[in-house]
Design a protein around this ligand. Structure first.
Ligand SMILES: Nc1ncnc2c1ncn2[C@@H]1O[C@H](COP(=O)(O)OP(=O)(O)O)[C@@H](O)[C@H]1O
Ligand SMILES: [Mg+2]
Length: 231
Protein backbone atom coordinates (compact mmCIF):
# COMPACT_ATOMS: atom_id res chain seq x y z
CA UNK A 1 0.00 0.00 0.00
CA UNK A 2 1.29 3.42 -1.00
CA UNK A 3 -0.21 6.47 0.68
CA UNK A 4 0.61 9.95 -0.56
CA UNK A 5 -0.61 12.80 1.65
CA UNK A 6 -0.78 16.47 0.61
CA UNK A 7 2.44 16.17 -1.32
CA UNK A 8 4.04 19.38 -2.52
CA UNK A 9 7.24 19.91 -4.45
CA UNK A 10 8.56 23.35 -5.24
CA UNK A 11 11.69 23.69 -7.34
CA UNK A 12 13.69 26.87 -7.00
CA UNK A 13 15.02 28.17 -10.28
CA UNK A 14 17.10 31.11 -9.15
CA UNK A 15 14.43 33.25 -7.52
CA UNK A 16 11.52 31.68 -9.38
CA UNK A 17 9.47 29.01 -7.65
CA UNK A 18 8.20 26.19 -9.86
CA UNK A 19 5.28 24.39 -8.21
CA UNK A 20 5.59 20.90 -9.65
CA UNK A 21 3.16 19.33 -7.15
CA UNK A 22 0.54 21.42 -5.36
CA UNK A 23 -0.94 19.05 -2.79
CA UNK A 24 -1.37 15.55 -4.14
CA UNK A 25 -3.10 12.85 -2.09
CA UNK A 26 -3.43 9.32 -3.33
CA UNK A 27 -3.69 5.71 -2.17
CA UNK A 28 -2.47 2.82 -4.24
CA UNK A 29 -3.58 -0.59 -3.10
CA UNK A 30 -1.29 -3.57 -2.86
CA UNK A 31 -1.31 -5.29 -6.25
CA UNK A 32 -2.90 -2.39 -8.12
CA UNK A 33 -1.65 -1.53 -11.65
CA UNK A 34 -2.05 2.25 -11.70
CA UNK A 35 -1.65 4.46 -14.76
CA UNK A 36 -0.54 8.06 -14.28
CA UNK A 37 -1.33 10.43 -17.12
CA UNK A 38 -1.42 14.17 -17.79
CA UNK A 39 0.19 16.73 -20.07
CA UNK A 40 3.91 17.30 -20.18
CA UNK A 41 4.96 19.36 -17.15
CA UNK A 42 1.95 18.33 -15.04
CA UNK A 43 4.13 16.71 -12.34
CA UNK A 44 4.01 13.01 -13.24
CA UNK A 45 7.75 12.36 -13.00
CA UNK A 46 8.01 14.43 -9.84
CA UNK A 47 5.29 12.31 -8.23
CA UNK A 48 6.95 9.07 -9.29
CA UNK A 49 10.38 10.19 -8.04
CA UNK A 50 8.91 11.15 -4.69
CA UNK A 51 7.16 7.80 -4.30
CA UNK A 52 10.45 6.14 -5.29
CA UNK A 53 12.41 8.00 -2.57
CA UNK A 54 14.55 9.65 -5.22
CA UNK A 55 13.74 13.23 -4.20
CA UNK A 56 12.65 15.22 -1.16
CA UNK A 57 9.16 16.73 -0.83
CA UNK A 58 8.67 20.38 0.07
CA UNK A 59 5.65 19.35 2.16
CA UNK A 60 3.50 16.28 2.73
CA UNK A 61 4.25 12.62 3.28
CA UNK A 62 4.77 9.35 1.44
CA UNK A 63 3.94 6.20 3.39
CA UNK A 64 4.84 2.77 2.11
CA UNK A 65 2.81 0.39 4.18
CA UNK A 66 3.34 2.05 7.55
CA UNK A 67 6.76 3.56 6.90
CA UNK A 68 6.90 7.35 6.55
CA UNK A 69 9.76 7.18 4.06
CA UNK A 70 11.02 10.76 4.30
CA UNK A 71 11.47 10.38 8.05
CA UNK A 72 14.06 7.65 7.50
CA UNK A 73 17.75 8.47 7.57
CA UNK A 74 19.57 8.59 4.22
CA UNK A 75 21.03 5.15 4.85
CA UNK A 76 17.67 3.66 5.82
CA UNK A 77 16.15 5.22 2.71
CA UNK A 78 18.76 3.57 0.43
CA UNK A 79 18.18 0.21 2.04
CA UNK A 80 14.41 0.58 1.88
CA UNK A 81 14.55 1.65 -1.78
CA UNK A 82 16.88 -1.19 -2.79
CA UNK A 83 14.73 -3.87 -1.20
CA UNK A 84 11.24 -2.56 -1.73
CA UNK A 85 11.12 -0.46 -4.89
CA UNK A 86 12.11 -1.09 -8.50
CA UNK A 87 12.35 1.91 -10.86
CA UNK A 88 12.24 1.78 -14.67
CA UNK A 89 13.20 4.95 -16.52
CA UNK A 90 12.35 6.08 -20.04
CA UNK A 91 16.06 6.14 -20.93
CA UNK A 92 16.82 2.65 -19.51
CA UNK A 93 19.73 4.06 -17.41
CA UNK A 94 21.90 0.96 -17.79
CA UNK A 95 25.60 1.01 -17.00
CA UNK A 96 27.26 0.93 -20.41
CA UNK A 97 30.41 -0.93 -19.31
CA UNK A 98 28.49 -3.80 -17.73
CA UNK A 99 26.80 -6.73 -19.45
CA UNK A 100 23.06 -7.34 -19.22
CA UNK A 101 23.65 -9.93 -16.50
CA UNK A 102 25.94 -7.64 -14.50
CA UNK A 103 23.52 -4.71 -14.77
CA UNK A 104 20.78 -6.93 -13.36
CA UNK A 105 22.66 -8.44 -10.44
CA UNK A 106 24.34 -5.23 -9.29
CA UNK A 107 21.36 -4.09 -7.13
CA UNK A 108 21.18 -7.52 -5.57
CA UNK A 109 24.84 -7.31 -4.52
CA UNK A 110 24.21 -3.78 -3.26
CA UNK A 111 21.29 -4.98 -1.16
CA UNK A 112 23.48 -7.71 0.29
CA UNK A 113 20.47 -9.98 0.17
CA UNK A 114 20.32 -13.67 0.61
CA UNK A 115 20.38 -14.85 -3.00
CA UNK A 116 23.37 -17.08 -2.73
CA UNK A 117 23.97 -17.09 -6.41
CA UNK A 118 23.29 -13.58 -7.63
CA UNK A 119 24.23 -14.42 -11.19
CA UNK A 120 21.93 -17.37 -11.40
CA UNK A 121 19.03 -15.40 -9.99
CA UNK A 122 19.69 -12.50 -12.39
CA UNK A 123 19.89 -14.96 -15.30
CA UNK A 124 16.53 -16.44 -14.37
CA UNK A 125 14.88 -13.01 -14.38
CA UNK A 126 16.46 -12.13 -17.72
CA UNK A 127 15.05 -15.37 -19.04
CA UNK A 128 11.63 -14.39 -17.74
CA UNK A 129 11.74 -11.18 -19.81
CA UNK A 130 12.82 -13.16 -22.89
CA UNK A 131 16.53 -12.34 -22.89
CA UNK A 132 18.04 -15.76 -22.20
CA UNK A 133 20.31 -15.40 -25.24
CA UNK A 134 21.58 -11.93 -24.30
CA UNK A 135 23.16 -12.31 -20.85
CA UNK A 136 26.66 -11.29 -21.87
CA UNK A 137 25.72 -8.49 -24.26
CA UNK A 138 26.64 -4.91 -23.44
CA UNK A 139 23.81 -2.35 -23.61
CA UNK A 140 25.10 -0.99 -26.94
CA UNK A 141 24.82 -4.47 -28.42
CA UNK A 142 21.09 -4.58 -27.59
CA UNK A 143 18.07 -2.96 -29.23
CA UNK A 144 16.07 -0.34 -27.34
CA UNK A 145 13.38 -2.86 -26.47
CA UNK A 146 15.98 -5.33 -25.21
CA UNK A 147 17.68 -2.64 -23.12
CA UNK A 148 14.36 -1.77 -21.53
CA UNK A 149 13.78 -5.44 -20.72
CA UNK A 150 17.19 -5.52 -19.00
CA UNK A 151 16.12 -2.44 -17.03
CA UNK A 152 12.90 -4.19 -15.99
CA UNK A 153 14.86 -7.28 -14.94
CA UNK A 154 17.16 -5.04 -12.90
CA UNK A 155 14.16 -3.41 -11.23
CA UNK A 156 12.84 -6.86 -10.26
CA UNK A 157 16.04 -8.45 -8.99
CA UNK A 158 15.42 -7.79 -5.29
CA UNK A 159 11.75 -8.86 -5.52
CA UNK A 160 10.42 -5.40 -4.68
CA UNK A 161 6.74 -5.08 -3.78
CA UNK A 162 6.52 -1.87 -5.80
CA UNK A 163 7.48 -1.21 -9.38
CA UNK A 164 7.58 2.38 -10.67
CA UNK A 165 7.92 3.07 -14.38
CA UNK A 166 8.20 6.53 -15.97
CA UNK A 167 7.12 6.33 -19.62
CA UNK A 168 8.99 3.06 -20.13
CA UNK A 169 7.76 2.71 -23.73
CA UNK A 170 8.36 6.27 -24.87
CA UNK A 171 11.43 5.39 -26.94
CA UNK A 172 10.08 2.16 -28.39
CA UNK A 173 8.11 1.19 -31.47
CA UNK A 174 4.64 -0.26 -31.05
CA UNK A 175 5.70 -3.91 -31.19
CA UNK A 176 8.36 -3.47 -28.50
CA UNK A 177 5.99 -1.32 -26.46
CA UNK A 178 3.35 -4.02 -26.49
CA UNK A 179 5.96 -6.54 -25.42
CA UNK A 180 7.00 -4.34 -22.48
CA UNK A 181 3.37 -3.70 -21.45
CA UNK A 182 2.68 -7.44 -21.57
CA UNK A 183 5.70 -8.07 -19.32
CA UNK A 184 4.41 -5.54 -16.76
CA UNK A 185 0.94 -7.10 -16.93
CA UNK A 186 2.40 -10.59 -16.36
CA UNK A 187 4.47 -9.39 -13.41
CA UNK A 188 1.44 -7.68 -11.89
CA UNK A 189 -0.72 -10.76 -12.35
CA UNK A 190 1.80 -13.41 -11.36
CA UNK A 191 3.56 -11.82 -8.41
CA UNK A 192 1.01 -9.22 -7.35
CA UNK A 193 3.50 -6.39 -7.55
CA UNK A 194 2.03 -2.92 -7.16
CA UNK A 195 2.83 -0.95 -10.32
CA UNK A 196 2.63 2.79 -10.89
CA UNK A 197 3.30 3.71 -14.52
CA UNK A 198 3.38 7.06 -16.29
CA UNK A 199 1.91 6.75 -19.77
CA UNK A 200 0.32 8.94 -22.44
CA UNK A 201 -0.76 6.18 -24.77
CA UNK A 202 -4.49 5.59 -25.19
CA UNK A 203 -3.88 1.96 -26.12
CA UNK A 204 -2.22 1.33 -22.73
CA UNK A 205 -5.51 2.09 -20.94
CA UNK A 206 -6.88 -1.46 -20.87
CA UNK A 207 -3.73 -2.65 -19.07
CA UNK A 208 -4.42 -0.51 -15.99
CA UNK A 209 -6.74 -1.16 -13.05
CA UNK A 210 -7.15 2.60 -12.65
CA UNK A 211 -5.82 5.77 -14.26
CA UNK A 212 -5.24 9.08 -12.51
CA UNK A 213 -4.74 12.36 -14.35
CA UNK A 214 -2.55 15.23 -13.21
CA UNK A 215 -2.84 18.80 -14.35
CA UNK A 216 -0.57 21.58 -13.17
CA UNK A 217 0.58 19.68 -10.08
CA UNK A 218 -2.85 18.47 -8.96
CA UNK A 219 -4.87 15.30 -9.44
CA UNK A 220 -7.82 16.35 -11.59
CA UNK A 221 -9.16 12.83 -12.07
CA UNK A 222 -8.61 10.19 -9.41
CA UNK A 223 -9.83 7.50 -11.77
CA UNK A 224 -12.51 4.87 -11.50
CA UNK A 225 -11.46 1.33 -10.79
CA UNK A 226 -12.19 -0.66 -13.93
CA UNK A 227 -13.77 -4.00 -13.51
CA UNK A 228 -13.03 -6.68 -16.03
CA UNK A 229 -16.26 -6.27 -18.00
CA UNK A 230 -15.37 -2.69 -18.90
CA UNK A 231 -12.05 -3.53 -20.53
N1 LIG B 1 14.84 19.56 -11.39
C1 LIG B 1 13.95 20.49 -11.70
N2 LIG B 1 14.22 21.81 -11.52
C2 LIG B 1 13.30 22.76 -11.80
N3 LIG B 1 12.07 22.51 -12.29
C3 LIG B 1 11.75 21.23 -12.50
C4 LIG B 1 12.66 20.16 -12.23
N4 LIG B 1 12.06 18.98 -12.54
C5 LIG B 1 10.82 19.32 -12.99
N5 LIG B 1 10.64 20.65 -12.97
C6 LIG B 1 9.41 21.37 -13.36
O1 LIG B 1 8.32 20.85 -12.61
C7 LIG B 1 7.17 20.71 -13.42
C8 LIG B 1 6.74 19.23 -13.42
O2 LIG B 1 7.76 18.46 -14.07
P1 LIG B 1 7.65 16.89 -14.27
O3 LIG B 1 7.27 16.27 -12.99
O4 LIG B 1 8.90 16.45 -14.92
O5 LIG B 1 6.40 16.78 -15.29
P2 LIG B 1 5.95 15.61 -16.26
O6 LIG B 1 6.70 14.38 -15.91
O7 LIG B 1 4.47 15.51 -16.05
O8 LIG B 1 6.25 16.08 -17.66
C9 LIG B 1 7.55 21.23 -14.78
O9 LIG B 1 7.13 22.56 -14.85
C10 LIG B 1 9.05 21.12 -14.80
O10 LIG B 1 9.60 22.09 -15.64
MG1 LIG C 1 7.94 13.16 -17.01
Amino acid sequence: MITVEDLERVYLMGKVEVHALRGVSLSVKQGEFLGVTGESGSGKSTLLHLVGILDQPTAGRVLIDTTDVYRLSAEEQSRFRLGRIGFVFQEYALIQELTALENVYLPSLAAGNSHRDHEEHAGAILEKVGLEGRLNHLPRELSGGEQQRVAIARALVNDPGILLADEPCANLDSENSRNIMDIFADINRETGQTIMMVSHEAWHRPYFDRIIRLRDGRIVDAGDVFDDEER
